[in-house]
Design a protein around this ligand. Structure first.
Ligand SMILES: [Zn+2]
Length: 78
């Protein structure tokens, strides 16, 4: 099973379609049971879209790293 932290680490590749099919499936299964991750995916999508159009970079921007960290911390305590 994939944990939230792994989901977040895999998210970029998932959205780019770079993951193995079975990993994508595991992620999707996790999302089904994890509304906070779905919310995060939506945030991530809009954030990376903005960054891509301005920076044309595949690096995760600092703001997203911060959000990831906050998200994981919050989720750990839930
Ligand atoms: Zn999750």
């Amino acid at each position: 099973m994939i944990c939230c932290k792994e989901c977040l680490e895999l998210l970029h590749d998932y959205l780019e379609g770079d993951l193995q099919p079975e990993v994508s499936t595991s992620l999707e299964e996790h999302f089904e049971d994890c509304p906070p991750c779905i919310a995060f995916v939506n945030t991530y999508k809009s954030t990376t879209h903005l960054c891509k159009t301005t920076l044309n970079s595949t690096e995760i921007p600092d703001i997203v790293k911060e959000r990831l960290k906050e998200f994981v911390d919050k989720n750990k305590n839930a």
